[in-house]
Design a binder for this molecule. Structure first.
Ligand SMILES: [Zn+2]
Length: 307
């Protein structure tokens, strides 16, 4: 990261209001300035950008405990040690979150160093785990194999690392369920979030997990799924856009949602000319964002940050 590089980054959240626009408008006069800039989530389900952060998923402040399991397959047996695979994500991911959260998040990776042999060929899982139920079954099978020897009582997220030599599992999605009936079951508790690694771990390296962890907080992808320039929205400066940029991190608005920036570190500017000093986003303390409204009806804002 070139820390000498200083420029102002503008993010435009083009969020189309839905459903409760009228209620929102009528309450607007009662809101204080900060609340107007706290753009609400307008998408149903456990993944959306906006306030308040989705409850019941992974915590973004305090301790985040991730239990790490390792699985291989009869057709692709492990040839490396679990320690070796674990070193791809550790310590890079805990260090990433310590810095990016201004030390507000303690990211604990708790590995169970044993290759767990799943019952079906790797291609079976690779073909199905992009769907909710098969992915849940995949994670649950790994948990069941480990449950006797692993204490999940403090686990927030279960990370299942598949043998990275298994090409037929190209990438692993994130599992989320706010309904206890469908959550992952362990001897100690139900767990709402799980992550699977796939063959693309070889390409992305440890920051792959930094990106997927964003989904466990409820954050969406910030890249375009089609078109020639999939990074035209956020460039290479957002970990939810790409983990391959020169300075992958979280934007000020995401940090605010996640509880790493306080309300008094955000200036919500309504009108007229103002002068404020922004503190670089990567440093602890100071004003981290100035937010201006473009369109208060359709909830479009610009967020300025300095890096
Ligand atoms: Zn993603």
């Amino acid at each position: 990261m070139n820390k000498q590089l200083i420029f102002s980054l503008i993010i435009s959240f083009l969020i189309t209001s839905c459903g409760n626009k009228k209620t929102d408008s009528s309450n607007k006069s009662e809101r204080n300035e900060k609340e107007i800039c706290k753009l609400p989530r307008v998408v149903e389900g456990p993944i959306a950008l906006g306030f308040p952060k989705i409850e019941g998923l992974a915590p973004s402040v305090g301790k985040l405990n991730v239990t790490v399991l390792f699985v291989d397959f009869e057709d692709v047996p492990a040839t490396e040690s679990t320690d070796s695979i674990f070193s791809i994500i550790n310590p890079i991911v805990p260090n990433f979150y310590k810095e990016i959260s201004y030390e507000r998040l303690e990211y604990n990776l708790n590995p169970h160093f044993e290759w767990l042999r799943l019952s079906k060929p790797s291609a079976h899982y690779g073909a199905t785990i992009r769907e909710f139920e098969p992915h849940r079954n995949f994670l649950q099978e790994a948990i069941d194999l480990a449950d006797q020897n692993v204490d999940f009582s403090h686990t927030d997220v279960v990370l299942v690392m598949s043998n990275p030599k298994a090409e037929s599992i190209p990438f692993g999605p994130v599992f989320k369920s706010l309904d206890s009936e469908y959550q992952l079951k362990t001897a100690e508790k139900s767990i709402s979030v799980g992550i699977t690694s796939g063959y693309d771990l070889n390409y992305w390296g440890g920051l792959w997990l930094a990106h997927e962890t964003g989904h466990t907080f409820g954050l969406p992808d910030l890249y375009d799924f089609e078109g020639e320039n999939q990074l035209k929205s956020v460039g290479t400066f957002g970990i939810m856009g790409t983990q391959a940029g020169n300075a992958p991190g979280y934007f000020a608005f995401e940090r605010w949602v996640l509880g790493w920036i306080d309300d008094n570190q955000v200036i919500c500017h309504k009108s007229g000319v103002t002068t404020s000093e922004l503190s670089a986003i990567e440093k602890i303390g100071g004003i981290k964002a100035i937010i201006t409204s473009i369109d208060s009806v359709n909830l479009q804002h610009n967020v300025y940050q300095l890096r």
